[in-house]
Design a protein around this ligand. Sequence first.
Ligand code: NAD
Ligand code: IPM
Ligand code: MN
Length: 350
Amino acid sequence: MTDLLLLPGDGIGPEVTAQARRVAEAVAPDLSIAEALFGGCSFDAHGTPLTDEVLAAARSARAVLMGAVGGPQWAGAPRDRRPEAGLLNLRAGMEVYANLRPALCFPALADASSLKRHLVEGLDFMIVRELTGGIYFGSPRFIEDLPGGGRRAVDTQVYTTAEIERVARVAFQLARGRRNLVHSAEKSNVMDSGLLWRQVVTDLHAREFPDVRLEHILADNAAMQIVRDPRQFDVMVTDNLFGDILSDAAAQLTGSLGMLPSAALGDAGRPGLYEPIHGSAPDIAGQGLANPLASILSLEMAFRWSLGRPETADRILAAVVRALDNGARTRDLGGDLTTVQMGDAVLVAL
Ligand code: NAD
Ligand code: IPM
Ligand code: MN
């Protein structure tokens, strides 16, 4: 059985995943690691971003570490075979509905944030993004020509009680081990799916988590509050699309999009999918400029949440902190280390 399946993907994906692999081999030489094609590179080789074989391998591994997929060269591929569609199919196929996206301010990076130091120092904020439902997956979905000229495009947001409840349960459980506070973000003022979201979260809270503080917040206000005073938040649970957008905003608070890891989890005992939240960064791909820390921190989350080795996860996290304390910086953080040199700095710190 494969412990860790690597899907490096496209653009900077292979560059950053190679550094996470070095770290994995250093901290857990016994781990069985496999690697497979996924994304645009799989489309080029097999005509599809996600083959049945790779999905089966992902479902039977203990954890999957994905790099990033996509890029301009596949923008013209049929929509259902674009690299990004492969990623949605991987998430749905692995049934990983709860996406944990932590934004941590590392002390050494407090001045790298676009917010002032006093606003981000000590930040420890966790977005729980619903990952296998909502407007990313709803039907109908199409673009059509209109008889009188012009076209019409339709996407559909769909949520069921069960889908909202299971992701909210993850958020409440996480909060119990943290500062015991959950913000639930939606647009119940304009969307029926937002209304249902608020009702289901309210009911679940009353039934199972009355000890946790729950606050409802409209998603637009949440975006503003995240850049105004991010430390007011502990855990924020939200839908697929809002979670995508709000987590990119939260990423920048930590200094760089290249710092934010994620863990996508399903039911207990099922494999998790770990990925940096950044993309394939075509603007810097192939130049050795990418920050590999989001990938290395995603590996850290895999040791914690899927591989049952929290001490190993702690070791990786401590090494990242030490490397940053020692001044290691890639260009996005204002330094001049290459991707490999940042990997070296973490290995030395281990
Ligand atoms: P992006 O995240 O790839 O890049 C946004 C900006 O952040 C760029 O300037 C990039 O250079 C920078 N950046 C990102 N990661 C970095 C890192 N590790 N180190 C240093 N700088 C980093 O977003 P985009 O440009 O909007 O999208 C590019 C492609 O990636 C698109 O095809 C998109 O669909 C895809 N994408 C994939 C994923 C994924 O695979 N999970 C996530 C987001 C975007
Ligand atoms: C992310 C990305 C993906 C998303 C895309 C590439 C499908 O932006 O992981 O944040 O929107 O979920
Ligand atoms: Mn995104």
